[in-house]
Design a protein around this ligand. Structure first.
Ligand code: PXG
Length: 289
C-alpha cells in the first residue's frame, strides 16, 4: 500500500509523521472518509468541500488548492490500483512544540492520504439489522466543538462507542444536549413512519453527512415524504423502520434500539429500496480515475 504524505508516496511501513505533529499531540486537524466504487470516487467534490469547510472553521490553511488535493487523491488511488477503496484524507496542523499554541506550528500542515478497504460492521448485520443503544455521552455541543467540523478529535464519539461496546452493541445513538436524537458515532440516523422519512436537522448535534444528503436526494424518487425534524427516542421506538447512513457504513438497517424491536425486526421494505437505489447511485455518480 502506498500512502501520500505532502506530495510523496511512501510504503505503509515508511509512512510516518513527527511525534511533534499537533494532529497527534492535540487532535488538531481535520479529516474526510471517502469511498470509490469500481473506479468512481463517490461525491468527491462534496467531501473535498466539507474538508475545506472544517479547515476554515478551525483556521487551518490547507497548503493545496481543492483541485490539487482532488488530483492527489486520484493519484493515490491509481498508485494503489484500487477500484473499490476507502480513502482517508487527513490534514493536521503540522509540527509544533509541546504547547498547544498553533502559532508555534511553523511547518505547514501535513496532508496524508490513505487508501485501503473498510468494513465498519460485520456483513451479516446488513441482512439482519443492527442492535443499537442510546448511550449517556451526548454529542458535542455546537457551541463547543461543532459536530459539522470533522476534526481529528473524535473522543466524544469514541466514548459513545465504548459505552455501546460495553453493552454488547456495535453502535450507539448519541443524543443532543436537549435529549433529542442527534446521530450515531460515525453515522447519521433515519426513521420511517407511515411512508414518511425523518432525520434530525443539522443544527444541534448532527453532522450533515454526505450519505445522509444522498438519501434525502433519493427518497422523493421513491415517493417518500422527507422531513429534517427533531426526533425523540420514543419516535425511534415506534418507527416502522430505522437505518443508519455513512460513507463507511453506507446504509445499514437497525433491528433493535434499547431493547425495543423496530418494526418487524427485519430490514424494512423502504430501507431495502433505499439501499438498492444507493447502490445504483454509487455506480454512476462519481469522478472517474
Ligand atoms: N456522523 C458522524 C459523527 C460521522 O463521523 C457521519 C455521520 C456520516 O457522514 P458521511 O458524510 O460519511 O455520510 C460520519 C462520518 C469510522 C468513520 O471509522 C466514520 C466516519 C467517516 C469515516 C470513518 O467510523 N464518519
Amino acid at each position: 500500500m502506498k500512502i501520500y504524505i505532502n506530495g510523496k508516496f511512501y510504503d505503509k511501513n515508511d509512512a510516518k509523521i513527527s511525534v511533534f505533529d499537533h494532529g497527534l499531540l492535540y487532535g488538531d486537524g481535520v479529516f474526510e472518509g471517502i469511498r470509490s466504487y469500481n473506479g468512481l470516487v463517490f461525491k468527491l467534490k462534496e467531501h473535498i468541500d466539507r474538508l475545506y469547510e472544517s479547515a476554515q472553521s478551525i483556521m487551518l490553511k490547507i497548503p493545496l488548492s481543492k483541485s490539487e488535493l482532488t488530483k492527489a487523491t486520484i493519484a493515490t488511488l491509481k498508485e494503489n490500483s484500487l477500484l473499490d477503496a476507502y480513502i482517508r484524507l487527513v490534514v493536521t496542523r503540522g509540527e509544533g512544540d509541546l504547547g498547544l499554541d498553533p502559532r508555534k506550528c511553523t511547518d505547514k500542515a501535513a496532508i496524508i492520504i490513505i487508501s485501503d478497504k473498510i468494513a465498519l460492521y460485520p456483513k451479516e448485520y446488513y441482512k439482519a439489522g443492527l442492535k443499537i443503544i442510546t448511550v449517556p455521552t451526548i454529542r458535542n455541543l455546537p457551541e463547543a466543538l461543532n459536530p459539522q467540523i470533522k476534526s481529528l478529535n473524535y473522543l466524544n464519539n469514541i466514548l459513545a462507542k465504548i459505552e455501546a461496546n460495553n453493552a454488547g452493541c456495535d453502535e450507539a445513538i448519541m443524543l443532543d444536549s436537549l435529549g433529542y436524537v442527534a446521530e450515531c458515532t460515525g453515522d447519521n440516523i433515519f426513521i420511517v413512519k407511515d411512508r414518511h422519512l425523518y432525520t434530525p436537522p443539522q443544527c444541534m448535534g448532527t453532522l450533515r453527512g454526505i450519505t445522509r444528503d444522498t438519501v434525502l436526494e433519493i427518497a422523493p424518487k421513491l415517493r417518500l415524504d422527507v422531513h429534517e425534524h427533531v426526533i425523540t427516542r420514543h419516535e425511534v421506538y415506534i418507527s416502522d423502520e430505522c437505518f443508519l447512513t455513512g460513507t463507511a457504513a453506507e446504509i445499514i438497517p437497525v433491528a433493535m434500539v434499547d431493547g425495543r424491536v423496530i418494526g418487524s425486526g427485519k430490514p424494512g421494505k423502504i430501507t431495502l429500496s433505499l439501499m438498492k437505489k444507493f447502490k445504483e447511485a454509487t455506480k454512476k455518480d462519481g469522478i472517474k480515475y
